[in-house]
Design a protein around this ligand. Structure first.
Ligand code: SF4
Ligand code: SF4
Length: 395
């Protein structure tokens, strides 16, 4: 049965453009166990995966609607044996395709077959510049493997794009992390401050850096940026908890991106499934066009008509669209209020308190690694914890 019941749409709202970016989360399976993993905490409850034919159909429907960029994400997408078939179809359709990977499974043979299938771009994640912390944070021995994979990416002629999720435990290594990216010949390095959703929300006390750490890291990054000039592009994704300013979520709910989860659930961002009272359609039961334009899930928070005060009368509302609905729900338990990282939010005190705990070094819970057993245990009582769409990363 289709879940795409017509949604009450503001009749004055302009019709949205197409989903330019299709993010295919082809699996939640992953050999790593990152403490900041952006997959839903209850991912083990949704282990069903679309078939190759399902993905081909979604790619065709997305392209017909106007999608131009395809992200292949997970979990670890290389665990899918049919990744080459999916990439080949994306290439035939004219997508610009981007593989987001931990590197596990990207052997020389696999890299060559993906290149031959037409893969345009690979983003490789690292946890840290040291073996000890890289392997601790992912709970696997993957540091040397990632170095080998970085060289393989260069050998295939792909642009070398590295991503490192930054937090309290690795932020003081930022100088060495940038140095490592330079040594590996990266053209782009994204230093993405952790967004506190999903597993990172569970581990927030362990992962939130202090203000002093952030100031130091930004200064080091600026120094490298001056030194490197055009040799390497360096992105520092600012942490929203500390600066009190709000970012657009996924460039605006239902404005640019459609995420398709491994089981076919179509979402406006990775984490929206946790929001209560919203029905999200499945690509097995409805077409991409119908989902994008007509489903309740994609229409509920489009534009600004849904806003309450203080957003409703705020002069920033068109710019930030009230921030992230998942963060509002996680912190304020109401997805329709201002993102609590905003200074004007009545719930901003909870964000300030989290930062103050970080300053004081308060850690009430042991660090929690992402794994199936924990997911099943936690999802019995915690179903609302999921990731951030402001930056699309893998660990
Ligand atoms: S009140 Fe709402 S619209 Fe205004 S800055 Fe804060 S989150 Fe953005
Ligand atoms: S963040 Fe880590 S555990 Fe989660 S999908 Fe990425 S590599 Fe796997």
């Amino acid at each position: 049965m289709s879940q795409t019941a017509a949604a009450p749409m503001d009749s004055s709202a302009p019709r949205p453009g197409p989903p330019l970016w299709l993010l295919a989360e082809v699996t939640h399976r992953c050999p790593l166990h990152c403490v900041f993993c952006f997959n839903p905490v209850d991912y083990a409850r949704h282990e069903d995966e679309l078939t190759t034919d399902d993905w081909v159909r979604v790619l065709r429907q997305g392209r017909e609607l106007g999608a131009v960029q395809l992200g292949l994400s997970g979990g670890e997408p290389l665990l899918r044996d049919d990744l080459e078939a999916i990439v080949a179809e994306a290439h035939r359709l004219g997508y610009y395709s981007n593989l987001l990977t931990s590197g596990v499974g990207l052997t020389a043979a696999r890299a060559a077959s993906l290149k031959a299938a037409g893969l345009d771009h690979v983003q490789l994640s690292f946890q840290d510049s040291t073996r000890e912390l890289n392997d601790f944070l992912s709970h696997t021995k993957t540091f040397e493997l990632k170095q080998r994979v970085a060289r393989e990416i260069k050998a295939q002629g792909w642009p070398m794009v590295m991503n490192v999720v930054i937090h309290r435990l690795n932020i003081d290594h930022i100088d060495r992390i940038i140095g490592m990216a330079v040594e590996l010949g990266a053209e782009y390095l994204e230093l993405a401050n952790t967004q506190y959703y999903s597993w990172a929300f569970l581990n927030r006390d362990q992962l939130l850096p202090t203000r002093e750490q952030l100031v130091r890291a930004e200064a080091v990054t600026a120094r490298w940026r001056d030194q490197l000039g055009d040799r390497m592009r360096l992105f520092f994704v600012a942490p929203d908890y500390h600066d009190g300013t709000v970012k657009r979520c996924a460039n605006g709910w239902g404005s640019t991106m459609m995420v398709v989860a491994p089981d076919g659930t179509a979402l406006p961002c990775h984490t929206a499934r946790m929001l209560p009272g919203l029905a999200f359609p499945n690509v097995r039961e409805a077409g991409v066009r119908e989902i994008w334009f007509d489903s309740e899930g994609f229409n509920r928070y489009r534009g600004t008509a849904w806003m309450k005060e203080p957003c409703a009368s705020c002069d920033q509302r068109e710019k930030d669209l009230g921030g992230c609905r998942c963060q509002a729900y996680l912190i304020a338990h109401d997805a329709a209020v201002a993102d609590p990282v905003c200074r004007k939010s009545p719930h901003h005190g909870e964000v300030v308190a989290a930062v103050e705990r970080a300053e004081a070094g308060v850690r009430e819970q042991p660090i929690q690694f992402r794994d199936r057993a924990s997911s099943l245990r936690l999802s019995a009582g915690v179903v609302a914890l999921s990731p951030s769409p402001n930056s699309i990363t893998t660990g």
